[in-house]
Ligand binder design. Structure first.
Ligand code: HEM
Length: 294
């Protein structure tokens, strides 16, 4: 199979009609690339310096062959390889996350629906309080990690306006005042918090994947769940957990912009590593959500 490895910017090169018409230089014309004899010095002179095409290496039956691909075709290939890439890295993260939803959770979801879709949930007050306690444990951890900023880029994510630990503390107080016992965090919240602590020092790309998913999921599906549960067991009481100071859309956009800037310094491998962590984020957050049904 052909390897299409775009070479670096410094290898960007040019092609023009003169080159294409020189028969010795052309080995083969393919659909969107032309294989050329790159050892030919007169061709090399014409090649370097133009920004509209790049070199790719293909391994075929005849061994390694270097070819020229136009920038449009290369960009097209990139777009296909990393959906959302053109709009910034957050769009790539969102694309991966949306596919991990079940079809009944979100219309972009691709996973088969669960046995118990949201519409048929039967939440309990105790289970919901446990979910809020464990969520607070996770938000406390996320918020203290960005406050400490052991990795300098985490400091960008202090005081974004998306913080939830304070709001959750008020909600738990509200339940306590109404005579409900407030339990300790369960293993779901504790093990996720420990996992986040570990990642935050040894794997910033994976940590920021969780940071994105936890905060953004809560403003989307999380809010839907909160509304549903409030209708079913809280006489429609809207908790602080689902209220933000200021324009939520703008707060989210500010965080998207910051994440995009931080990710600009990551290699493609680091970006892919971040995207691969999305599944773990769903696993841990899914465990927290399931507490509502206990
Ligand atoms: C019952 C569980 C869930 C439901 C019902 C749900 C539902 C949704 C819905 C309706 C959207 C908005 C889709 C749109 O923009 O058109 C969404 C977005 C999203 N969800 Fe979920 N979701 C659930 C669980 C999760 C989990 C566990 C995660 C990961 C931890 C997650 C991560 C995200 C992310 C990152 C977005 C994109 C938010 C944005 O672009 O602002 N979701 N979800």
């Amino acid at each position: 199979m052909a390897i299409t490895t775009p070479l670096s910017q410094s290898n960007l090169c040019s092609t023009n009609n003169t080159i294409i018409k020189t028969p010795r230089m052309i080995h083969q014309i393919q659909s969107n690339s032309i294989s050329l004899n790159l050892r030919n010095p007169s061709f090399q002179n014409k090649l370097w310096g133009n920004r509209n095409c790049c070199l790719v290496q293909r391994r075929g039956e005849g061994g390694l062959r270097t070819s020229v691909i136009t920038a449009t075709a290369a960009a097209e290939k990139q777009k296909k390889r990393y959906p959302g890439e053109g709009k910034g890295f957050v769009e790539e993260m969102r694309f991966v996350a949306m596919k991990l939803h079940t079809k009944d959770q979100a219309k972009e979801g691709e996973k088969e629906s669960q046995a118990q879709p949201l519409g048929r949930w039967e939440p309990s007050i105790d289970g919901y309080i446990q979910f809020l306690v464990d969520s607070k444990c996770v938000y406390d951890t996320l918020e203290s990690i960005v406050d400490k900023a052991a990795v300098p880029s985490y400091a960008e994510f202090r005081n974004t306006g998306l913080e939830r630990a304070g709001a959750l503390a008020k909600d738990l107080e509200w339940f306590k005042e109404r005579g409900h016992a407030i339990p300790e965090p369960s293993n779901s919240g504790l093990s996720y918090s420990q996992y986040l602590e570990d990642l935050s020092v040894k794997d910033p790309q994976a940590f920021l994947c969780h940071f994105y998913n936890v905060y953004f999921a809560h403003t989307a599906g999380g809010r839907m769940i909160g509304k549903k549960v409030a209708e079913m067991i809280l006489e429609k009481k809207e908790l602080e957990f689902y209220k933000w100071d200021g324009d939520l859309k703008q707060l989210l956009q500010n965080v998207r912009d910051k994440l995009n800037v931080v990710a600009e310094s990551w290699s493609r491998e680091e970006k892919n590593h971040c995207l691969e962590e999305t599944e773990k984020s769903f696993k841990y957050s899914g465990e927290l959500l399931r507490l509502i049904l206990t």
